[in-house]
Structure formats: C-alpha cells, structure tokens
Ligand binder design. Structure first.
Ligand code: AQP
Length: 327
C-alpha cells in the first residue's frame, strides 16, 4: 500500500482552489492508500498570525477535512505541531539544504516581494515541507500545481541525503497533480492564483461562504468584453478560469461546456456557475456545522497525532542513526 501525505495551512478557510486543486484528491486516495493529512500550523506561523484566529482556523480546517469526506478511520488526520518530529527533521534537512536553492523558490520570491525584512521561516518553509513529507516515508504527495517546485526540492534533498548517508534513508516521493483545476485563479485577477490570504474576499470562494457571497463573488468575477464562453487562457484568462471551475465541479469536459454555452452571454454562464457552486458546497457546509464543535473532531485529531508520532519516531531513529547523531 502506498503512503500518501499532504497538508493545508490553517491561514483561513479552505477555498475552491485548495479544494479542486488538492483536497478532492485526498478523499479519492484514502480508499486504497495509507493517507496522512496534516494541518500545517508550523507553516502558518512563517507569517504573523493572530493566536486566537490561528487556533480557530486549525479546528476549522480539521472540520473541513472531515466535512469533505475524509474518514478518520481510513486517513490519519492530525495537527503538525502535535508531532515534534516535523521540527526535528526540518532542522536536520536545514543542515543539508543550501540557501541558494531556497532563494530560488518562486513562492518565497512572491511572499517576500516588497518586504523590508523577511522572516527566516519564510525562506526555510520548503525545507520544513520536505521534512513533513519525508517523515512518513511518503510515496505520493497530492498537491496543487503551485507546489511543484517544493516537491522537486523535497526529492532533491531526499536523493542528496540517500547519496551521502545510505540509499535507504529516505523514500523519494512523487507529486500528484489534478488534471483539471490544478491551479485555480483569483476571481478578481485571473493572473494570480486564488489564495486564502488575498485582501479581496471576492477573489475567492471559501467552502464556508454563504449563498449570497458565492453569488456576489462569481457575478463580479473578471471576464472580458468579447462575450464568448471559450477556453483560451492567454487571451481570456477570467472566462477560462470559470470554465475550469465549472468543469471540475460538474465533471464535464471544457469542450462540452463551450458547446453548451455557444450563443449565450456571460450572464447565463455565471448564473449557472453560481447554482452549481452553491449545490456543491451545501453538503460540505452541513457536514461542517455538525462536526466543528463535536468531541469526535478532537478525538480524531488526538488519535491521528498518536499514530503520526509513532510512525515519525521510527523514521527519525533511522535518520539520526544514518547521520551518526545521538548515543
Ligand atoms: N489556487 C489554487 N489552485 C489549486 N490548488 C491550490 N492550492 C492552493 N492554492 C491553490 C493547493 O492547496 C493545498 C493547500 O494549500 P496551502 O494552504 O498549504 O497553502 P497555499 O498553497 O499557500 O494556499 P493559499 O490558499 O494561497 O494560502 P495562503 O494565502 O495562506 O498562502 C496545496 O496543495 C496547494 O497546492
């Protein structure tokens, strides 16, 4: 059975980008794989967070994990900071990585752009992500396209360590990317990816948005002036983004949708997308409301951390021994 690992930052409510690009795969994978799904709060603090908001977000994301269909009996669901091995392996890998490769990460470049001073954690974040993955002898990492470069770094670090300290030190993982909607763009600016922390709330649809908010955000979404519902990322990035969202939510190919909307304006297309999105998110919101304040959620996270600790300690022992650390 393959081991699967992925995580989400508790930096706000999960949005359609996170869901369509990554989380839908989590659910599919749990039936045939040994899956570890983490709420990566140590990553969240690479930029300042309000402590009360962070605590709330951790449980919100955990409840959303279960609300979209993750079953704690099949998947190990846990919070990163409850497993100290992430930080320890992160440190060890910091000593293996070089600063040049970290400065090259596009996410670091975009998050540090225009900042007078940048936290060290923002630079070393991809190394911690590598530790998260390697700690569980992961084979498959289901993530959105924006994480491709970080997965490559993880593989490079694993191969580097194996080369120097023994080929069996780490399992070298593979990324798994969705074919459709692997990169959902912001509704207000389709040249940027949809993001939890963007200022404009209408740039994204969060899974917990109410129906009015969904309607407003989609009806306001940036399109173009030619009025044709056609997929052309270069010349019609806004419409193309909405088409990929509709295609991912309905499992209908984009070419089919283009045919369906031939001769219709953007108004009809957007109205249908509003209805489709509201229908898709309704059961998730209902599940969330049932789970969020339940003891079952805490029990699932406690059991998840226990199992994650057990597996991570075995990896750490192997790595410490390979490096000649400890007594
Ligand atoms: N726009 C996106 N389209 C497709 N996939 C996406 N992911 C994120 N944005 C998109 C994927 O969602 C998973 C969880 O992401 P994350 O929470 O770890 O961090 P992120 O990539 O930094 O996401 P955000 O929403 O943009 O958060 P902030 O604003 O806090 O930085 C990952 O698998 C990611 O690929």
């Amino acid at each position: 059975m393959n081991r699967v690992f992925s995580g989400v930052q508790p930096t706000g409510n999960i949005h359609l980008g996170n869901y369509l690009g990554a989380l839908r795969q989590f659910v599919e994978l749990q039936n045939d794989n040994d899956c570890f799904y983490c709420i990566v709060d140590e990553h969240a603090i690479t930029v300042p967070q309000d402590p009360k908001e962070l605590k709330k977000s951790i449980l919100d994301v955990a409840a959303l994990y279960l609300a979209i269909g993750l079953d704690p009996k099949k998947s190990t669901v846990f919070v990163q900071s409850q497993v100290p091995g992430h930080a320890e392996l992160g440190w060890i890998l910091n000593c293996v990585s070089v600063t040049g490769e970290l400065y090259r990460m596009t996410q670091f470049k975009s998050k540090s752009k225009g900042q007078e001073s940048v936290g060290t954690g923002l630079l070393t974040y991809p190394v911690l992500m590598a530790a998260d993955i390697l700690l569980y002898d992961t084979n498959i990492v289901p993530v959105g396209n924006d994480q491709k470069q970080h997965i490559e770094l993880t593989r490079d670090l694993a191969i580097r360590v194996n080369h120097k300290y023994g080929e069996k030190t780490f399992v070298v993982p593979e990324g798994r990317f969705m074919k459709s909607a692997a990169r959902v763009m912001a509704l207000d600016d389709p040249t940027q990816k949809m993001s939890k922390s963007a200022q404009n709330v209408h740039s994204r649809i969060s899974l917990l948005d109410d129906d009015n908010k969904i309607k407003k955000s989609i009806m306001k979404a940036t399109t173009d002036s030619d009025g044709e519902v056609r997929y052309d990322v270069e010349n019609k990035p806004g419409v193309s983004n909405l088409l990929s969202i509709m295609s991912a939510l309905t499992d209908r190919p984009i070419e089919q949708l283009e045919k369906d909307y031939e001769g219709h304006g953007y108004g009809d297309f957007k109205k249908d997308l509003v209805a489709i999105t509201i229908d898709a998110l309704r059961p998730i919101k209902e599940n969330f409301n049932e789970i969020r304040y339940s003891q079952d959620l805490i029990d699932a996270l406690t059991a998840g951390a226990e199992r994650a600790n057990e597996i991570s300690l075995a990896t750490l022992k192997r790595v410490r021994d390979a490096f000649g650390m400890g007594i």
